[in-house]
Design a protein. Structure first.
Length: 96
């Protein structure tokens, strides 16, 4: 009986470790997505400032339009604009 209890505790500890690893991986990926959005949006705004001498105004729709005209690489477009071109989940997290 004591062996069964020890085996259950060992399995619990292994499962706890796997859960912690999975949570850490999710957190790291979320941070990576958020950082990518911030860098790309910042680059677009700086580019706009250099070209026009003014800060782009407006809300999320105007930002999406700016990013649509700025981004070329498909992976970057998806990271910012999302699959539906209405803004990725990471952009919405950072823009709120």
């Amino acid at each position: 009986m004591a062996n069964d209890l020890e085996e259950l505790k060992r399995k619990r500890d292994q499962l706890t470790a796997r859960i912690q690893q999975s949570e850490a991986r999710i957190k790291a990926n979320t941070k990576k997505d958020d950082d990518r959005v911030k860098v790309l949006v910042g680059a677009a705004i700086l580019d706009h400032l250099q070209r026009t001498g003014s800060f782009p105004g407006g809300g999320l729709h105007d930002l999406l339009s700016l990013m649509d005209g700025f981004l070329i690489r498909p992976a970057e477009r998806k990271a910012i604009l999302g699959d539906d071109q209405q803004g990725s989940e990471a952009l919405r997290r950072c823009a709120v």
